[in-house]
Design a protein around this ligand. Structure first.
Ligand code: SF4
Length: 381
C-alpha cells in the first residue's frame, strides 16, 4: 500500500505567513494539469506503481482553484497507471472557492475528505494573514460542507497571531465547534524569513508573539477541543475517535508515498537497506518542460539508523508513539541502557508514558516534543 500526494501550485494571492511553493498565475493551470498527467504516466515505469494506492491527498497551493473537469482528468490518469483502492481521498480547499456544485462534483470524483483553510473567523486577523476569504465565506463554506454531507472533513485554525487575544481565539474555536467538525488542524503562526510577515518582523514593524503566550493559547485550545471530544493525536492535529487523517498518519509511519507536482516529496522504501527520498524542484517552469528525471532534486538514500531516528522524530509527535519491538524489527534499532534510564527518569517526571512496549510522550511532553526527542536520540551516540 502507498499514498499519493499531488501539489497544485496555484493560489489567488499570497498569504502573509506562507512559504509553500505556489504562483498566482492562473493562466498556467491547464499546462500544469497536462504536465501532471504526463508525470503520472511516467511513474507507470517505477516500481511504486506496483503498490496499491490507498490514500490520495491533493494539496498545495489551492487545489480548489482547479475545475472539476481538470480534477477528473487527474483522477482518470491516476486510475490508468495505478491500482487505486482508496480509503481516504482528501482535497484542500479555500472557503472563497467553495460552491455546492463544486462540492457535489468532487464527491462524484471520489473525494471523501475536505480540508478547509478556515484559519480564523475574525475579519481583522484574516486581513492580517492576507487570506482571500472573509468570515462570512468561512461560515458559508462550512455550512456547505455539512449540506454536501462530506464523510469527513478537517478545518485549519491558526493561533499565536500578533494582536490575537485569548478572547478572540476562544471565539474562533467556539464558532468552529458549532459545526461539530470531525478533525481540526491547529497551527501556531510561524514566521518564515522569506514571507511578507517575515520581512515585516525583520523591519521591526511587527513583533512576534511571546512563546509563553503561544503556549497558553495552545493549552486553552487543547482544553476546549478535548472538552468537545476532539482529541489531540499529533502535535498540531485533533480528531474525534476514528477520524484521524489516514494519509498524514501514514507519513509518520514511513509508508511509501509518491509526491507529484512541483515541490512534492516522495519516499520509497521497498526493502530494509534501500530507503529513497526525493523532491521535485519548486519550479513550475522546469516542471512544464517535463524532463521527469531532471525535475527531481535532493535525491538521497537513507540508512536504517537514519530512518529509525526519523521514525522516532515523527512517531513521538503522535499519540501512538513508537513501538520498541517495531523499532528493533523494522529498523534494527534497540533502545540502549542509557536511553532506557533516561526514559525511566522522564516517565517519573511525567514527560513520557508507555503502553505495552510503546514509547509515548505525555501531554506535557508533547509541548516540548522536539527537545525531548533530540535528548532521547542523542543518548545513543
Ligand atoms: S492559500 Fe494556502 S498555499 Fe496559498 S498562499 Fe495561502 S496559505 Fe499558502
Amino acid at each position: 500500500m502507498a499514498g499519493i500526494y499531488i501539489h497544485i501550485p496555484f493560489c489567488k494571492q499570497a498569504c502573509s505567513y506562507c512559504d509553500f511553493y505556489f504562483l498566482t498565475r492562473g493562466e498556467l493551470k491547464q499546462p500544469f494539469v497536462d504536465a501532471l498527467i504526463e508525470e503520472i504516466r511516467h511513474y507507470g515505469n517505477h516500481p511504486i506503481s506496483d503498490e496499491t494506492i490507498d490514500t490520495i491527498y491533493i494539496g498545495g497551493g489551492t487545489p480548489s482553484l482547479l475545475t472539476p473537469k481538470q480534477l477528473k482528468s487527474i483522477f482518470t490518469a491516476l486510475e490508468t497507471v495505478f491500482t487505486v483502492k482508496p480509503v481516504e481521498v482528501t482535497l484542500e480547499m479555500n472557503p472563497d472557492d467553495v460552491t455546492e456544485e463544486f462540492l457535489l462534483k468532487i464527491q462524484d470524483l471520489g473525494v471523501d475528505r475536505a480540508s478547509m483553510g478556515v484559519q480564523s473567523f475574525d475579519e481583522k486577523l484574516l486581513q492580517f494573514m492576507h487570506r482571500a476569504h472573509d468570515p462570512i465565506e468561512a461560515v458559508d463554506a462550512l455550512k456547505l460542507l455539512q449540506k454536501a454531507n462530506f464523510p469527513s472533513y478537517t478545518a485549519d485554525l491558526i493561533y499565536g497571531n500578533p494582536g490575537q487575544t485569548m478572547e478572540m481565539l476562544g471565539k474562533d474555536i467556539d464558532r468552529l465547534l458549532t459545526f461539530d467538525p470531525p478533525h481540526i488542524s491547529a497551527y501556531s503562526l510561524t514566521i518564515e524569513p522569506k514571507t511578507r510577515l517575515g520581512k515585516q518582523v525583520e523591519l521591526g514593524r511587527i513583533d512576534p508573539v511571546d512563546d509563553d503566550v503561544v503556549a497558553d493559547q495552545f493549552d486553552f485550545l487543547y482544553q476546549k477541543l478535548s472538552s468537545a471530544g476532539v482529541e489531540q493525536y499529533e502535535v498540531s492535529n485533533f480528531a474525534k475517535p476514528g477520524k484521524e487523517a489516514v494519509h498524514n498518519s501514514n507519513y509518520w509511519r514511513h509508508k511509501n508515498y509518491l509526491g507529484l507536482g512541483p515541490s512534492a516529496h516522495s519516499l520509497y522504501w521497498p526493502d530494509a537497506d534501500n530507503a529513497q527520498r526525493w523532491k521535485n524542484r519548486s519550479n513550475l517552469k522546469s516542471y512544464l518542460e517535463q524532463d521527469w528525471d531532471g525535475v527531481r532534486e535532493d535525491e538521497e538514500s537513507l540508512s536504517l539508523s537514519e530512518m529509525a531516528e526519523e521514525r522516532l522524530m515523527l512517531g513521538l509527535r503522535t499519540k501512538w508513539g513508537v513501538s520498541k519491538k517495531q523499532l528493533a524489527e523494522r529498523y534494527g534499532y534497540t533502545i540502549n541502557n542509557k536511553q532506557e534510564e533516561w526514559l525511566k527518569k522522564q516517565q517519573e517526571q511525567g514527560q513520557f508514558t508507555s503502553v505495552d512496549d510503546a514509547i509515548i510522550l505525555s501531554k506535557t511532553g508533547l509541548r516540548i516534543a522536539d527537545y525531548l526527542i533530540f535528548e532521547l536520540i542523542s543518548r545513543r551516540l
